[in-house]
Design a protein around this ligand. Structure first.
Ligand code: ADP
Ligand code: ASP
Ligand code: MG
Length: 437
């Protein structure tokens, strides 16, 4: 029998009405046997996600302030869902344990994880499915990374004992037995882990848009939906800010070649986006999608004859390594080298690093330019299409936007450009209009 793992995001579980839609979706197909639940998300634009309320409680407790007002909002959210669904369930005991935990300085990750924990208990009760706590089957290593093999083994064994179950997303457990969360949006990863462990035929990721769009709908008006996208393309777009799915959610399903279908809880009959290992279907446009992020800085290093100096790049990168700083891109010319880094990473170490780089390579000049936005143009069809870069740069130039940096991966599947943050939205719109007809 076909098996589907279905993950519902926060907006799909924000209130009782959304729970009802979810139940209809789950029960519409026998194969939808394993459900991954997020914490309740926003009910309207000015609402607050339960996860954010929990982080707020944690901060208040650390500052030795009263958490009652914020915590009561959380209690109201869950009790409201239970009441409106008319469930024979009480979470009073769990809520009191969590309240006491926060006051007595439970860890930040434990506090945040309770959002999905409670929501999954409600969903399991509502669907009549078993509840499986992610704490018992998703494991992290000492260095904070997912213990993929242990998780897969333990989870596969547990799943054999449950025909139908609900899992809380977003968290797991360290070897010391403490709760640890993924980064924000991490319930997508939980869904992917469960899909791999049960050898699902498909991983359905249900959200509030009818699939992955060619650009962020907050920037481009009515962008087209991407019908089919490869794992590789999705990873590049999600890493660069197309936030519909967590960028690391690809890895577990990739091992098992399980396709992902992004679907809309509010429009379940829309086909959504299929994410597949590879496809011979050529994309309807040369580009598959555009994504981007603000908040980058470029360190520009200049030195005459740099090209002939052996070990130049290594010395620069060693400075970054010593400061525990990751870089995003490394475009270089003959006598110049640029390092693109997230401005947040640079915050505490900027002046020290610049001085050290200047010293270790004896540079003529080292400057830092902040306020850079990166825009990624991704597409499997770009490899074969001649003139893509020319069209891309011309479209941006025609809007009088200055390109500060260009990087093209050797896969030719993406081109990344750096522009001033003020030009970010205009650059994305210019590229979209050029390539999408
Ligand atoms: P969930 O709560 O279901 O996990 P998210 O908020 O994490 O949902 O992701 C869905 C949101 O991602 C959409 O509402 C949309 O605003 C945003 N988004 C950003 N870029 C894109 C894109 N390229 N395609 C679709 N949605 C996008
Ligand atoms: N609730 C968590 C968050 O808001 C995880 C998730 O929604 O995937 O980030
Ligand atoms: Mg999400």
């Amino acid at each position: 029998m076909e098996i589907k793992v279905v993950k519902f995001g926060g907006s799909s579980l924000a209130d009782a009405n959304q729970f009802k839609k979810v139940k209809e979706i789950v029960t519409a197909e026998e194969s939808r046997r394993y459900v991954v639940a997020s914490a309740p998300g926003k009910r309207s634009d000015d609402d607050i996600k339960v996860t954010d309320l929990l982080y707020k409680c944690f901060e208040l407790a650390i500052a030795k302030k009263d958490i009652s007002e914020v915590f009561d909002k959380i209690v109201e959210r869950y009790n409201g869902i239970i009441k409106d669904l008319d469930l024979d369930l009480s979470l009073e005991e769990e809520l009191e344990t969590i309240r006491a935990g926060i006051i007595h300085r439970a860890s930040r990750d434990y506090v945040a994880s309770r959002g999905e924990y409670l929501n999954a208990i409600i969903m399991a009760n509502y669907l009549g499915y078993d509840f499986i706590d992610a704490e018992s089957c998703i494991f992290f290593k000492e260095d904070g990374s997912l213990d993929t093999e242990k998780t897969n083994k333990v989870l596969s064994d547990i799943l054999l004992e449950h025909q139908r179950a609900v899992f809380p997303g977003f968290y797991g457990c360290t070897n010391e037995g403490t709760i640890k969360t993924f980064s924000r949006g991490g319930s997508d990863i939980t869904g992917s882990i469960v899909a791999r462990a049960i050898h699902a035929d498909i991983y359905e990721n249900w959200t509030d848009v009818s699939g992955m769009l060619m650009a962020d709908p907050r920037i481009v008006k009515n962008p087209k939906t991407i019908e089919v996208i490869t794992y590789g393309e999705l990873r590049e777009l999600s890493y660069m800010g197309a936030s519909v799915m967590h960028e690391d959610a690809i890895f577990p399903v990739k091992v098992a070649n399980i396709p992902i279908n992004i679907k809309n809880t509010n429009a379940p009959s829309d086909p959504g986006t299929m994410i597949v290992p590879a496809t011979s279907i050529s994309a309807p446009n040369i580009i598959t999608g555009i994504a981007g992020k603000k908040g980058f800085s470029i360190i520009n290093i200049e030195k005459d004859m740099m090209n002939a100096e052996i070990g130049f790049g290594r010395k620069v990168l060693e400075v970054l390594e010593n400061h525990n700083v990751c870089f995003e891109h490394l475009p270089s010319g003959i006598d110049t080298m640029s390092v693109v880094i997230s401005t947040d990473e640079l915050r505490n170490t900027k002046y020290e690093m610049v001085a050290e780089i200047a010293k270790v390579v004896n540079a003529d000049r080292v400057t830092v330019e902040e306020g850079i936005a990166l825009v990624a143009v991704v597409g499997r069809s770009m490899e074969k299409a001649k003139g893509t870069a020319c069209r891309l740069f011309t479209s941006i130039a025609s809007k009088d936007i200055n390109i500060k940096m260009i990087d093209q991966g050797s896969s030719e599947r993406n081109i990344i450009i750096g522009v001033d943050e003020h030009d970010y939205q205009d650059a994305i719109n210019a590229i979209y209009s050029e390539f999408v007809k």
